[in-house]
Design a binder for this molecule. Sequence first.
Ligand code: NDP
Ligand code: GDR
Length: 364
Amino acid sequence: MASENNEQPRSDSAAETPRKIALVTGITGQDGSYLTELLLSKGYEVHGLIRRSSNFNTQRINHIYIDPHNVDKALMKLHYADLSDASSLRRWIDVIKPDEVYNLAAQSHVAVSFEIPDYTADVVATGALRLLEAVRSHSADSGRAVKYYQAGSSEMFGATPPPQSETTPFHPRSPYAASKVAAHWYTVNYREAYGLFACNGILFNHESPRRGENFVTRKITRALGRIKVGLQRKLFLGNLKASRDWGFAGDYVEAMWMMLQQEKADDYVVATEESHTVEEFLEVSFGYLGLDWKEHVEIDKRYFRPSEVDNLKGDASKAKEVLGWKPKVGFEKLVKMMVDEDLALAKREKVLVDAGYMDAQQQP
Ligand code: NDP
Ligand code: GDR
């Protein structure tokens, strides 16, 4: 699906003012898909950088993909690049000439970052630096102003107790979190050193039916749907006592966009200001389908982390006051939205299993 054609029309022929152009790294991820929907709805032309994989990895954006040969309608364009490849980043910025760059790409799994620490640092920390440098050097050479958004994380607060705001000290607890802290300070430094319009969004956990299946919320709702229709019985989890401030990804991408529409670049915490344990997530989700989680959940030590983040709860007053942002979806609504979607998915799987087209152990 990536474009092989470097010609980039800057505006819709019918429109009087040129379309704004956004470049999104991590477009195939959960947030990339919601952000792209939002930007397209606002009339942007959206360019996404995707990395090569042996299978297509565009499932989350297939529903908004239009073949680039349909020039007037195809406003989302995909290009091969990688955050570990500086030359690809600079080349695409020169070709696309974006007004706004959203850096969402990351090895984003905290537990996995303990397994592949230097890859995580390369993509999450140095990758952000490569992209900032590509934006800076493009701006210096072309004289064009480009705004930059950095996907920061509540994991940066780590061991510092809640509530966590923009002024809370960072105490990262994983290679992922330490790399995000580096990316945060690279972003601040490019703002201070070069006057780049660069913002850090310090986003607390945000989930959706598009959440990756090995993050705890989706792992639970995915298993729950399958348990409900009889495709599986057990769910193996780690630390149920950890507490997270969980919001809806669709709400959070609005805050990203709002940050880049301000007069002045700044950093913002984005959170619901409510925290729940993994156990509470189990109570609400299993309870919603009339099941008792204790009959299905088993603890497996392999899912415990070498160092854990116990309690995250954000203070989003600045985002509320300055951006006018507030979350629309609360905890219970989020859980039910995810359970509903995963139950529907499990029912479709059950049809395939019953017809002999799929093994119950297999998950498409
Ligand atoms: P996902 O894991 O769903 O998506 C990550 C994206 O990054 C995918 O598109 C992935 O591509 C891409 N990617 C990974 N490695 C590379 C690389 N080397 N080069 C280019 N692209 C790469 O994450 P989310 O959408 O949930 O999160 C978006 C961003 O926000 C991430 O930076 C994450 O760390 C951060 N964040 C997320 C929070 C959350 O709760 N969701 C909270 C706070 C911060 P592919 O599809 O090929 O794997
Ligand atoms: P997190 O999300 O580490 O907060 O990072 P995750 O859903 O992986 O873990 C949340 C909490 O649940 C506990 N847990 C388990 N986690 C997983 N993945 N699998 C399990 O089986 C399990 N059992 C218990 C964890 O120990 C943890 O305490 C997410 C990512 O999106 C990051 O990229 C982002 O920066 C932060 O949120 C904010």
